[in-house]
Design a protein. Structure first.
Lengths: 311, 274
C-alpha cells in the first residue's frame, strides 16, 4: 500500500508535483500514467525517499520509506534511469545490495535466472543493452521479495517478448497480493497490464479510476454501418438523440444507438447490412484528450508561459 | 539471453534481515573490490611507493661519491625512500574521490540510497572500508620501500636503520598519511558529487594552495603554511627540523581536516536530494 497525502515537490521555482493525494492498493497493478515531464519520476523518487517533499507526505506500507528498517523487503524499486555502476558486474551489483540486508547469495542466482541474465551475469553492467539493464533493474527490485513494487517505465527498451514477460510478471506479483505501481507514458501498455489507473499531468492528479471505467468513458459508442441502402437507413435511425454522419457513400457512423438497435431496425425494414462495428475511440486518443490541457512544452505555448512567469 | 515466455513466478525469500552498519560495510567492501578503478589505483599507489623509492635510492647511491660535501650533508636516507609517497597520494586521493563520485556519475547512488535510506551508514561504510584497505596495503608497501631503499643505500654505507630515532614513526606515518589522504578525498568527493570537480578541489587544496601562500607577507606565510592540510600531514614523515608542526600534531590536524570534510559530507548527504 502506498499513500500520498497532498504530496508536493518544488525544484526552485518549478513545481514538479502539485498536491497529489492517492492510494495504491495491494492485489492489483496500478498504472501511473502521464505525459513526459508530468512528474511521474519525481513522485517515484519521493516515494523512495530519494527526494524530500516540499509539502505533504507519502508512506509505503504505513511508514515513511526512510523509516523502514529493512526497506528492500518492503519496497522493490526499478528506478527511471540506469542506477547501476557501469564498471561492476550484474552479479556484484546484486550482491552489494543484498549484503546491506544480509540476503543470502543463493537469492542472487535465483533472480539472475528468473530475469534471464545468467549468460552475462559476470559481465560489466556498462556493456548491457537497455533491455538487459531493465532486466537487471527488475532483479534488483525483486531482491528482497518485497510487498510493494514501484517500477518506473519498466517496458522501456524491451523487445515485444520482454514486454510480454514483464506484463505477466507484474500481473503474477499482483495476484500474490502485492502492491504493484507502474509508471508509463503509454496508455495502450497500461490498458493491457493495469487494473487501476492514476493519471497525472503537470504534477496534478487528473484521474484516479479503474481501467474498465477509463475504457468505458473513453469509448464514444460510434457504430459504423455499411449498407447498400445507407440513405434509407440514415432516415430511419436519425433522431433527436441520434446523429448520423455519412463518411463515404454507403458508409454511416451512428452516434447514439447500439449496434444491436441499428441491426434490429435494419432487419425490421429488410435493409441489407454489410458491416456493423462498434468504433471504440483508441485509448491513446482518450488519454491524449484527458491530458491535453496538461501537456508540458506544448508547441506554441512556451511564449505565453514565459509571460506568465514575468507577470 | 534466454527467452522466458511462460508466466514467471518469483521465488520466495524466507530471509528477513534489517540494515545494519556491519552489513553496509560488507556491501561497501563488495563495491570497492568489484570495480577496476580500485585495482588500478591501488596497484599504482603500491608501485609508485616501492618503485620510485628503489629508483631514487639507486640514482642517489650512484651519484653520492660525486656529490658536493654540502649536498652530502643535506642528504637524508629516509627522505629518499619515501619519495614514492608523493605520487602514491595522488592515486589514493583520486580513488577516494571516485569511491563516491563513481556512484553519482553512474546513478548507482540511487540504488545505494534506496537500500540504505538512512544514507549515513553508506558514507561511514565507505570511509571505514577504504581506510582499512589503504592502511592494509600501504603499511607493507612503505616497509618494503624502506628496506629495499636502504639495502641499495647500504652499499655506500649511507643507509638509515629502522631503529634510528624517528625512522619507524616516519615510515609507518607515511602509510597513515596516505590513509588520511584517501579519507580526505572521499569526503571532498561526497561534498562535490562529481569526479572532475572532486579531483580539481583535491588538487587545489593539496597542491595549488601551498605555493599560493607565497603571495602573503613572509611572516604570515610562515605562520599559516604549516597548518595547511598537505604540510600538516607530511609533518609525520619529516626527519629534519624545519617550519612544520610536530609529527603527531600535524598528522592529527590533517586527520581533523579529513574528519571535518566527512562530517560536512554527512550533513549534506542527509539534507540533499539524491
Amino acid at each position: 500500500m502506498i499513500e500520498a497525502q497532498n504530496l508536493t515537490k518544488d525544484y526552485g521555482d518549478k513545481r514538479a508535483v502539485d498536491g497529489l493525494t492517492f492510494q495504491v492498493k495491494p492485489g492489483m497493478v496500478t498504472g501511473f500514467l502521464g505525459p513526459n515531464g508530468s512528474g511521474k519520476s519525481t513522485t517515484m523518487r519521493l516515494i523512495l525517499g530519494l527526494d524530500r517533499p516540499s509539502a505533504g507526505t507519502v508512506t509505503v506500507n504505513g511508514k515513511l520509506y526512510r523509516d523502514h528498517q529493512a526497506p528492500l523487503h518492503e519496497v522493490g524499486a526499478l528506478l527511471e534511469a540506469r542506477s547501476v555502476h557501469t564498471g561492476r558486474s550484474a552479479y556484484n551489483h546484486l550482491l552489494a545490495l543484498a549484503q546491506t540486508h544480509g540476503i543470502p547469495k543463493r537469492r542472487i542466482g535465483e533472480l539472475i535466472e528468473l530475469v534471464g541474465l545468467q549468460d552475462v551475469a559476470k559481465k560489466r553492467a556498462g556493456t548491457f543493452s537497455l533491455g538487459m539493464s531493465q532486466r537487471l533493474g527488475i532483479a534488483t527490485a525483486l531482491l528482497g521479495d518485497p510487498h510493494t513494487l514501484t517500477l518506473d517505465e519498466p517496458v522501456n527498451g524491451l523487445d515485444p517478448e520482454g514486454i510480454h514477460w514483464i506484463r505477466n510478471l507484474l500481473k503474477g506479483l499482483a495476484a500474490e497480493g502485492r502492491t504493484v505501481f507502474v509508471s508509463s507514458h503509454l496508455m495502450s501498455e497500461m490498458a493491457l497490464t493495469a487494473d487501476h489507473l492514476i493519471v497525472i499531468g503537470r504534477g496534478r492528479l487528473i484521474a484516479d479510476l479503474s481501467v474498465d471505467e477509463f475504457v468505458r468513458k473513453a469509448s464514444k459508442n460510434i457504430v459504423r454501418v455499411r449498407s447498400p441502402q445507407a440513405a434509407e437507413l440514415r432516415d430511419l435511425v436519425v433522431g433527436p438523440d441520434v446523429s448520423v454522419e455519412t463518411v463515404e457513400p454507403g458508409v454511416l457512423e451512428v452516434d447514439g444507438l447500439s449496434a444491436e438497435q441499428i441491426g434490429d431496425a435494419a432487419a425490421e425494414h429488410g435493409f441489407a447490412i454489410h458491416e456493423l462495428t462498434l468504433q471504440q475511440a483508441s485509448l491513446e486518443q482518450a488519454f491524449m484528450d484527458l491530458t491535453r490541457e496538461d501537456v508540458e512544452f506544448r508547441t506554441g505555448e512556451a511564449t505565453s508561459e514565459r509571460d506568465e512567469v514575468v507577470a | 539471453m534466454s527467452s522466458v515466455a511462460h508466466v514467471p513466478s518469483v521465488p520466495r525469500l524466507d530471509h528477513h534481515g534489517r540494515v545494519t552498519q556491519a552489513r553496509v560495510g560488507r556491501s561497501e567492501w563488495t563495491k570497492l573490490r568489484s570495480v577496476r578503478s580500485t585495482r588500478y589505483s591501488l596497484a599504482a599507489a603500491v608501485l609508485f611507493t616501492i618503485g620510485l623509492a628503489a629508483l631514487a635510492c639507486a640514482v642517489v647511491a650512484h651519484h653520492y661519491p660525486n656529490m658536493s660535501p654540502r649536498d652530502q650533508a643535506d642528504f637524508h636516507p629516509l627522505e629518499v625512500t619515501l619519495v614514492g609517497v608523493q605520487l602514491a597520494q595522488l592515486a589514493i586521493g583520486i580513488l577516494g574521490i571516485l569511491v563516491i563520485t563513481g556512484e553519482y556519475s553512474t546513478g548507482m547512488i540511487r540504488a545505494s540510497m534506496t537500500a540504505v535510506p538512512r544514507r549515513l551508514p553508506v558514507l561511514w561504510g565507505k570511509a571505514l572500508v577504504y581506510g582499512l584497505v589503504t592502511a592494509a596495503l600501504m603499511i607493507p608497501a612503505v616497509l618494503v620501500a624502506f628496506f629495499v631503499g636502504q639495502a641499495i643505500l647500504s652499499r655506500h654505507n649511507i643507509d638509515a636503520a629502522f631503529t634510528d630515532p624517528g625512522v619507524a614513526r616516519a615510515v609507518f606515518g607515511a602509510a597513515l598519511y596516505l590513509t588520511v589522504v584517501g579519507l580526505f578525498g572521499l569526503g571532498l568527493g561526497a561534498i562535490v558529487r562529481n569526479t572532475a570537480g572532486g579531483i580539481a578541489t583535491f588538487v587545489a587544496i593539496m597542491f595549488v594552495l601551498p605555493p599560493l601562500m607565497n603571495v602573503l607577507p613572509t611572516s604570515w606565510n610562515d605562520a599559516a603554511s604549516p597548518y595547511l592540510p598537505l604540510a600538516a600531514g607530511e609533518a609525520i614523515m619529516a626527519v629534519t627540523s624545519g617550519n612544520h608542526l610536530s609529527p603527531w600534531v600535524g598528522l592529527l590536524l590533517f586527520f581533523g581536516y579529513a574528519a571535518a570534510t566527512l562530517v560536512v559530507a554527512a550533513v549534506l548527504l542527509v539534507r540533499r536530494d539524491t
